[in-house]
Design a protein around this ligand. Structure first.
Ligand SMILES: Nc1ncnc2c1ncn2[C@@H]1O[C@H](COP(=O)(O)OP(=O)(O)OP(=O)(O)O)[C@@H](O)[C@H]1O
Ligand SMILES: [Mg+2]
Length: 303
């Protein structure tokens, strides 16, 4: 791809994303260079949104697979339809492509989430396809990848249960981009985009929901806090509660309790406590809420 094309491509994709200029630029540079990449970041940090925007722009498919112990090489590559094999014997015709072969044939991006959870033989199959840009399928033959085929892997840096420790030879075959949480401005922008909450109550709820969600990532008893998805849901639930309770704005005496209730529903399942912590998600959320609405009310939305 020519440089001017790539500059224009970036501008068009950036218009569909809130922030993330640097991550988009680096990811785009890697895939435009014909390379595969690992995106390493916690949930909700724009990985899928960014890849979807890139593949839409390129007009190619984005195929998802989840890396876990069940992802065998056969699931990734494909299999022969057993009923047809019984009738017709093996042929290229009764081969059902798995996501890897489909991505290679259609020139799509194969997006492997939690790729460090996949078994080692599956990783080896994948690495061979990436290196060769083709794959030999028994009884089908050699399948060559279309030029836009890429493998994008993702990993959650907080995730260390049931994961394979990737060997240095795996790391040596991949580029990597570490992605962190969005800043608070961008998180408010994302929440506004996804909730359409633009009245006074919606704006105040957005400010509070983003601040409370971000606080879950700093709490000492929390191993992994909530992503921006928690803030999005906090605002959506909060707006419905406001309707049910007749709360019109953040000055209403019922507003702090409403935020607390919306927060318990939207965040309690999304925070993961430290193994050693002797507390509950509800207690942690109560502390975070008290910190904002009772101990430090000036920080909360004007009311
Ligand atoms: N930069 C962004 N612009 C607009 N919306 C965004 C952006 N980042 C995230 N979102 C919204 O936040 C939610 C989560 O984002 P996304 O699915 O891209 O995260 P992810 O990094 O793929 O998370 P996971 O690792 O859990 O799959 C989605 O609803 C998405 O619409
Ligand atoms: Mg995702």
């Amino acid at each position: 791809m020519h440089t001017t094309d790539l500059t224009e491509t970036r501008t068009r994709i950036a218009a569909k994303l809130v922030g993330r200029e640097r991550e988009l630029e680096l990811t785009l540079a890697a895939v435009a260079a014909g390379r595969d990449i690992v995106l390493e970041g916690p949930p909700g940090t724009s990985k899928t949104t960014m890849l979807r925007a890139i593949t839409d722009e390129w007009g190619i498919p984005l195929l998802f697979v989840e890396g876990n112990a069940d992802l065998t090489p056969a699931k990734l590559v494909g299999h022969h339809n057993p009923a047809r094999v019984l009738r017709e014997d093996y042929s290229a015709d009764n081969f059902v492509a798995g996501p890897l072969v489909e991505a290679m044939q259609t020139g799509g991006f194969l997006y492997i989430e939690e790729f460090n959870r996949a078994p080692e033989d599956t990783l080896n199959t994948l690495l061979a396809a990436m290196a060769d840009r083709s794959i030999a399928v028994p009884r089908v033959g050699s399948i060559a990848a279309q030029p836009t085929f890429r493998v994008i892997a993702s990993m959650n840096p907080y995730d260390n249960m049931g994961t394979t420790r990737l060997s240095t030879s795996v790391h040596d075959r991949l580029n990597r981009l570490a992605i962190g949480y969005q800043d608070d401005d961008a998180e408010r922008g994302i929440v506004t985009l996804r909730t359409d909450a633009d009245g006074p109550l919606g704006r105040d709820l957005t400010v509070d929901a983003v601040a409370l969600t971000r606080a879950t990532r700093e709490h000492p008893d929390v191993r992994q806090g909530s992503s921006v998805r928690g803030a999005i849901d906090c605002v959506l639930v909060g707006l419905q509660l406001a309707g049910l309770r007749g709360v019109r704005d953040a000055g209403d005496p019922g507003y702090p309790a409403l935020v607390y209730d919306a927060m318990v529903v939207s965040l309690s399942g999304r925070i993961h406590l430290d193994e050693a912590a002797e507390t509950t998600p509800e207690r942690v959320l109560r502390e975070i809420w008290e910190d904002r609405f009772i101990l430090n009310p000036a920080a909360a939305a004007p009311g």
